[in-house]
Write a protein that binds this ligand. Structure first.
Ligand code: NCD
Ligand code: ZN
Ligand code: ZN
Length: 432
């Protein structure tokens, strides 16, 4: 593979400051990061990419996404989902098992890995289900699923309702050195509701999803984690109560980690304009107070990482309206610009914090050897234009999904080029 030099890149140094660097890529890895042009190795055939004025970060890592294949190819495929990922600056994505069939056998894990290899875009890490068909009745074969390449166990899409089942899952996962990742939702508290309990639900006469439907599972599972010692990771945290429980658990050394989605940091139920299913996701948009608690949790490290929960659905499905449409919104192509514009460009967060929560933090929590920009690391990189402002236009998305509440938002911080293992997978100029 031809040597590449990305020159004049703004990179974030160990102290979290911006520094001008030149990055040498060779054989799929970062060979060197140097300050002076004269320190670059001499190679006349090297491809030079001028990053003048742009930020270059480690490729983003998204530990919670839905690629829909196998079974729901009308919503997304591994190919289209991976395109969307690299266009959003993501180089590693971990996909959820609520496919059809559910990813509960080694064959389905292998199929996902094969399709991802064919797509040859982002690195795709499959999760396997905790229970067969995600029905909560019988555990899957953890050993065989691990052997096939699953990186953790989760029934995302639904909560594991039975505490003994969850405890058994944690014991088995612990014995295999694997994490349990939980969609926290107590079904008995959410029957027939589509938005959070609160102002919007009241105004529209809708039944609400209460905060405790999430937090009650978080609390239960923290106790089970204490008992089993497993690495337990909480999906898409959306409530003040969950943040509080996770913070307390971490303080006493329980092995819990957690994630939060951009939409739960940027939107509350009071922003929902009407009965439009592009504002419907699970967990739902919560109160402004919950949003503040999630932001605080992310800032103090209670919430370890940002994930998109990219959840594409077809236009027909979303047209069924707030009560009948499926839960979920797409996320890859708006995540970074949204958070950059809302929190970094406004001076509220350090750029380095945002980048860490999307790169080195998920890598640390899940033991991935990526998420850092230094010599010897895989050349998974994202180049970003922090200044150009552009409107979110779902018609230009690479995902099949158009289901976003952010259409028309004017944002800055758009990715312009993405490398995986040293290969340019997408650029604004050249496409895929
Ligand atoms: N988040 C969502 O609203 N939907 C997800 C399921 C899930 O993440 O629980 C989906 O699969 O569509
Ligand atoms: Zn979920
Ligand atoms: Zn999900």
């Amino acid at each position: 593979m031809q040597m590449q030099v990305i020159k004049n890149a703004n990179v974030i140094n160990e102290q979290g400051q911006l520094e001008l660097k030149h990055i040498v890529i060779s054989g799929g890895v970062i060979e060197a990061v140097v300050s002076k042009l004269e320190d670059l190795p001499q190679d006349d055939r090297a491809q030079i990419i001028d990053a003048e004025g742009k930020l270059v970060t480690p490729g983003f890592i998204d530990m919670h996404v839905h690629l829909r294949e196998p079974g729901y190819e009308h919503k997304e495929t591994i190919e289209t989902g991976s395109r969307s990922a690299v266009k959003g600056g993501f180089t590693t994505i971990a996909c959820m098992p609520n496919t059809r069939p559910v990813t509960d056998t080694p064959e389905t894990v292998k199929l996902i890995l094969d399709k991802a290899r064919e797509a040859n875009l982002a690195k795709v890490l499959p999760y396997a289900a905790i229970t067969k068909n995600e029905l909560g009745r019988e555990l899957t074969d953890f050993e065989a699923l691990k052997e096939a390449g699953a990186i953790g166990f989760t029934d995302d899409g639904v909560g594991v309702q039975n505490a003994q089942m969850m405890k058994d899952a944690m014991r088995k996962a612990k014995a295999l050195g694997m994490p349990v990742i939980a969609h926290c939702e107590d079904d008995s508290l959410v029957k027939g509701a589509c938005v959070t309990e609160g102002k919007f639900a009241e105004r529209h006469g809708l039944k609400g999803i209460p905060n405790e439907s999430e937090a009650i599972h978080v609390g239960r599972d923290i106790l089970l984690t204490e008992a089993t010692g497993v690495h337990y990771h909480v999906c898409h945290v959306s409530t003040e109560q969950s943040v509080r429980l996770i913070r307390q658990a971490k303080e006493i050394g329980i092995s819990v980690t957690a994630e939060v989605c951009p939409h739960h940091l940027v939107l509350s139920d009071e922003d929902i304009p009407g009965l439009d299913a592009n504002w419907k996701m699970n967990p739902p948009l919560r109160s402004p107070r919950d949003v503040e608690a999630c932001i605080e949790g992310l800032l103090d490290g209670t919430l370890d990482m940002i994930v998109t929960d990219h959840a594409p659905h077809s236009a027909e499905e979303k047209a069924k309206g707030m009560e009948l449409a499926p839960f979920g919104i797409v996320g890859f192509e708006t995540a970074f610009p949204l958070l950059y514009t809302k929190f970094v460009a406004t001076g509220k967060w350090d750029l380095s914090l945002l980048v860490r929560r999307m790169t080195s933090d998920p890598a640390r929590v899940f033991g991935l050897d990526s998420g850092v920009l230094k010599a010897g690391a895989a050349a998974d990189l994202t180049m970003i234009d922090l200044n150009a402002e552009k409107e979110v236009d779902p018609e230009t998305f690479a995902t099949k999904g158009r289901n976003t509440p952010f259409a028309g938002w004017k944002l800055k911080g758009w990715p312009v080029m993405t490398w995986v293992d040293g290969e340019i997978k997408w650029s604004e100029q050249g496409g895929f």
